[in-house]
Design a protein around this ligand. Structure first.
Ligand code: GLA
Length: 394
C-alpha cells in the first residue's frame, strides 16, 4: 500500500510539474493506546505512528514560490515565501502556510518548492492526518534546505502551526507521535517536558483494531477548545485552593473531590477525568511491561467511560462501538481515540477473532445507524521519514 501511494504521488507530480520529483517523504498518522486529552494537561500519553501515511513528492523549483497540489482533493494552491504569510480560506493550505511562516519566523532561509501530496490516513477519523501534513512538510523543508531543525522542533512547529494557522489549540501528542514513531514501539511521552521512552508494542496473541464510526470530527468545530478552557478554569481554582500544586499531575483524586462545589459540576467532572487519566497511563505502562493485557484492556474501557461521561467528548456512535465489544470475551479493551466527537475506537482484540468481530459489529452498526463501518488493521510503524532523496535514489 505504501509503494502504491508513492507511485501514484510520483506519477501525479510528473504530470503536474513535468519531471520526476527530487524527493519523497512519508509522514504517518498515529494511534493512541491510552492517555486522551491529557497532553495539554501535563499528563503522559502512549501513542504510536501507524502504517497510514501522507506522502509528499517535492522538488526545489529555484523560485520563491511554493506550489502545492492536493491530489486527493484535486486542488492547487500557490504562495510566495517573500509575502507576509497568513491563514486563508483554503483550510488544507493553512497547514503549509503555517509551517512556512514559522520556519521563516525562526530566521531560517527557505526557497520555493513544488509539492504533490496524497494520503492514506482517513481524514476526520482521529488518526491525525493534519499533524502528518504539518510535520511532513516541515520535515521535507528541513531535509531539502538543511535547516538544522531537530525532530522535537519539527513537532513543535507542527503544533504551533495548528494553533496559529488552523485555530485548534491542540496538545503535542499527534505531532510528536508522527515524527518520533518507531516500528513496533509505543511512545510513553511526558507532555510536561517531552521526555519519552519507547515500550514494546507486542501484544502477543492480541492485536489492535480500529473501528471507524465514519462520524467525521473536526476539532475546530467540536468542543475541543471549550474543553481546554474548562480545565484551565478548573486548574486555576484548584491552584488557589492548593498553592503547593503546579499542574494536574500534582493533584490527587481526593483533592479534586474535595473541591466539587467550588468547581461546579461540569468543571469538576472535567478535572476528575484528567487526574484519573494521568494515573491510568502510568498503570497502563506497567501493565504493558508485565504483559498484563487484561489489565491494559480494563484501563482502556475505563478511559472510554471517563471520556464519555465526565469529559463528554464521545458521541452516540462511539459509545455504541465501545459497548458492542464490552462483553465479548475476545476483546480485552476498547475506547474512543483522539479528540473525539467522532472518529475511531481502538480495540485490543484476540488475533484470530478480529474478522468475526468486524463482521458482527459492522452488522449491528449498520442496523442501528445505517452507516457502513470501516475497520483498520493497523501496524505500528516508524515516524516521518525520507523515502527517496535525489542522490540516494529509491
Ligand atoms: C487531538 C489533539 C491532541 C490530543 C487529542 C486528545 O488529537 O490534536 O493534541 O489532545 O486530541 O487526546
Amino acid at each position: 500500500m505504501k509503494k502504491k501511494l508513492v507511485q501514484q504521488v510520483s506519477a501525479s507530480f510528473k504530470e503536474k510539474f513535468g519531471a520526476e520529483p527530487g524527493h519523497i517523504f512519508l509522514s504517518p498518522g498515529r494511534i493512541n493506546i491510552i492517555g486522551e486529552h491529557v497532553d495539554y494537561n501535563d499528563g503522559f500519553v502512549l501513542p504510536a505512528a501507524i502504517n497510514k501515511y501522507v506522502c509528499f513528492a517535492v522538488s526545489e523549483n529555484g523560485t520563491s514560490n511554493v506550489n502545492l497540489y492536493a491530489k486527493d482533493l484535486d486542488q492547487s494552491y500557490s504562495f510566495n515565501l517573500n509575502d507576509a504569510l497568513q491563514p486563508g480560506d483554503t483550510m488544507w493550505a493553512n497547514f503549509f502556510l503555517g509551517v512556512a511562516h514559522l520556519i521563516k519566523e525562526r530566521g531560517l532561509t527557505l526557497s520555493g518548492v513544488d509539492v504533490v501530496f496524497s494520503s492514506t490516513i482517513p481524514m476526520g477519523a482521529g488518526l491525525s492526518s493534519s499533524a502528518a501534513v504539518e510535520c511532513g512538510f516541515a520535515f521535507a523543508l528541513n531535509n531539502i534546505y538543511s535547516l538544522g531543525l531537530s525532530k522535537e522542533e519539527i513537532a513543535l512547529i507542527g503544533q504551533k502551526s495548528e494553533h496559529t494557522f488552523v485555530g485548534v489549540n491542540c496538545g503535542i501528542m499527534d505531532q510528536f507521535a508522527s515524527v518520533f514513531g518507531k516500528k513496533n514501539k509505543v511512545i510513553k511521552l511526558d507532555c510536561n517536558n517531552l521526555d519519552h521512552e519507547y515500550h514494546s508494542a507486542d501484544f502477543k496473541e492480541y492485536s489492535l483494531l480500529l473501528l471507524d464510526s465514519k462520524v467525521k470530527h473536526t476539532l475546530l468545530e467540536s468542543g475541543y477548545n471549550d474543553r481546554r478552557n474548562e480545565v484551565e478554569q478548573g486548574l486555576a481554582k484548584l491552584k488557589a485552593q492548593y498553592p503547593e500544586i503546579n499542574t494536574f499531575r500534582d493533584l490527587s483524586e481526593a483533592q479534586v473531590e474535595a473541591c466539587k462545589d467550588l468547581l461546579g459540576d461540569v468543571v469538576y467532572r472535567r478535572c476528575l477525568f484528567v487526574v484519573r487519566e494521568i494515573q491510568r497511563v502510568l498503570d497502563a505502562v506497567s501493565a504493558l511491561e508485565k504483559e498484563d493485557f487484561k489489565k491494559l484492556g480494563e484501563l482502556m474501557f475505563a478511559t472510554h467511560n471517563g471520556l464519555s461521561k465526565n469529559y463528554e467528548v464521545s458521541c452516540e456512535e462511539l459509545d455504541f462501538l465501545a459497548d458492542a465489544v464490552r462483553n465479548d470475551e475476545n476483546v480485552l479493551g476498547a475506547r474512543m481515540m483522539g479528540g473525539g466527537f467522532g472518529g475511531c475506537t481502538i480495540n485490543l482484540v484476540k488475533k484470530d477473532a478480529v474478522n468475526g468481530i468486524i463482521e458482527r459489529v459492522a452488522a449491528a452498526y449498520k442496523e442501528k445507524f445505517n452507516i457502513k463501518l470501516e475497520a483498520y488493521k493497523i501496524k505500528i510503524s516508524k515516524g516521518t521519514s525520507v523515502y527517496k532523496n535525489e542522490h540516494a535514489g529509491i
